[in-house]
Structure formats: structure tokens, C-alpha cells
Design a binder for this molecule. Sequence first.
Ligand code: SF4
Length: 360
Amino acid sequence: MGSVTRKQFLAACGSTLVTTLSAGRGARGCAGPAQASPARPSRRPASSAGPATTTPGYLALHRSGELKRRSEALWRLQESCQLCPRRCGAARLRGERGFCGASSALEVASSHPHFGEEDPLVGRGGSGTIFLRHCNLRCVFCINGDISQGGPGEPSTTSQLADMMLALQARGCHNVNLVTPTHFSPHVLLALDEAVGRGLRLPLVYNTSGWERLEILEWLDGVVDIYLPDMKYASAEMAGRYSSGARDYPEVTRQAVLEMHRQVGVARPSADGLMRRGLMIRHLVMPNDVSGTRAVLTWIATHLPKDTYVNLMSQYRPSFRAGEFPALARRITRGEYEDAVAWARQAGLTNVEVQGYRWL
Ligand code: SF4
């Protein structure tokens, strides 16, 4: 491979794309019987895209008591758990662990300022990242396999989670960034309600695999300020093979992303460069087109505004169990990433973060 500088490569890729040239970023890296849901929150009108405000959406819900009500309603869904598209029905309130590995006991892996997230989340003070244990998707290539699939950790209380949120705020972080929160969404809302009462005012970032139930997202409407979902696959076959049988991932995630956009709109930074509201999509380019990158980007460009924020991630490396699968057992090539950037441009996307690229 001839040597091409990063500058030459990006120039060749097109000038309409946002080029932050950062190193790899991103903190991350089954069905059962239906259960009647508690009365759902009323559906708010779609968010109008525009500059982010400095007031987190959850404040009004806290003051009205709605945040508490929603956290309690979500909590009850753990009885025969229906919190995620797996809908495995685990009796979490009786101590049973679900497919994701979680019982009703909250488990937090770590909490700290993170400087490896997207620039508008990091700013000067960092993104206040809280890693939650366990995961409902269980991808074989998970970069945090020890946290997501590494077995039980120490239980925490929701008050301790509130303490962590407030400690991150006190350290100067610009947001509370919850990594893989889906299976602990009741705990997150309970902790948030307590933390807001004690002075929390940071935007809430929901950093998710994207595989979310619409019914659960409706409970998060007005609570979450920034949705940070993955769109991992375009193909049901790939999703099923590498994410524990979740063949409905592409369709479920598309619907979820549309709902997230309806709630928070296009992500646009404030005058100080920080993001306080909006949808920020991550797409990890994978070797051998496992990720179906062209189809994912085309779908985004077709169904969402062209200036939807997309982080086109180049940092894939074979982690966790990926070495057992030939298609996943290498990093991506320069050509694969060049193709991805070209497809983003061809699709008409105008707000794509193109990452630094290391040739191997
Ligand atoms: S969140 Fe976990 S326990 Fe609940 S349905 Fe999903 S996999 Fe099952």
C-alpha cells in the first residue's frame, strides 16, 4: 500500500464532511410474552430542530412528579421483564437475571470524565461517562466484553448512582453519559429524579446500541437530551449471527432512531461548541461489510434530515470473541473506510464525522 497522508485521504473523500481527525471514539465500542404496560406518557409534538437550550428537559418532569411516576412504571416492567426487544420475561424483581445478565440490582462498572467521546460531548471538562454492567445485545466483537458480558459486579443503589451523576457535575463534566442503560432504565430514572432534586443540571446522554423498544422510548421522551445510538447492521443475518440472534436489529433500530429524532431533533452544537440536545448516530465500519455501511448511510439520508449527525467510526478491532469468526478477525482496510466515506458523500449526508485512520 502506497503511503497516503491523512490530509490527502480526506481531501479525496470530499470537503462537505466534518473531519475531526480524532483517534477512534466511542465508549462502547430474543422475545417473550407481551406484558401490559402501565399508562404511557402522552406523546409530545416532534422536536423542532434548532440550537440547543441550556435547560435539560428532565427538569420540568421532575418538578411535576412525572419523572418519579415514570421511573416507578418502568420499574414494574421488570416483574416479567419487557424492557428491551429481547423481552425475555425474567422475573428480575424476584432476583432472577435476564438474558442481559441483569437482575433488579443495579450494577455500575465505572464512572469518570471521558475524553474519548465525540468533541461536542467532551469539550474541556469531558463527558461524564457512567458504564453500566451487562447488555441485552451481547455482540461477539464487544470492545467492553468484560463489562457487558463479564458476569456480575458489585451492586449499587440508585442513590449511589445519583451521587455519581452529581460528582461528575462537580468535576466539570458537560453531560451525564450513560453507557448501555437500556436494562437499567428504571434505575437511571430513579437516580436522575433524586439527583435533580439535589441540583443536577447536566444534559442526559443515552448511549445505546440502538436496539430499543418504541414503548420504552416513549417513557424517555422529555427525559433524555441527547440520544447516542449505534446503527450497527443493515442485515438481519449479520445481526443474528454476531449479536446473539437479534435478527430484528436493523428494523427495530430504524424505528427507534426515528422516534429518537422525533423527540430531540437534529443535534446542533451551542455557540460554545457543546452539544446539549439532539440525535447523534454512530456507525462502526466493520470488515467484510458486516455492518452494511452503504445501506445504513443511505437509510439515514433517506429517512432523516441530511444534516443528521453521523459518526463514521474507523476504530474496529477484533475484540472479545471476534477472533473466533473469520469475517471479524481483522481491522478494516483503508479501502473499506474510503468506500464508507464516499458512500456518505454520495448519500448527501453533510454532517459526518470522519475519523483518523491508521493503516495496518
Ligand atoms: S432488559 Fe434484560 S431482562 Fe429485560 S427483557 Fe431485555 S434481556 Fe430480558
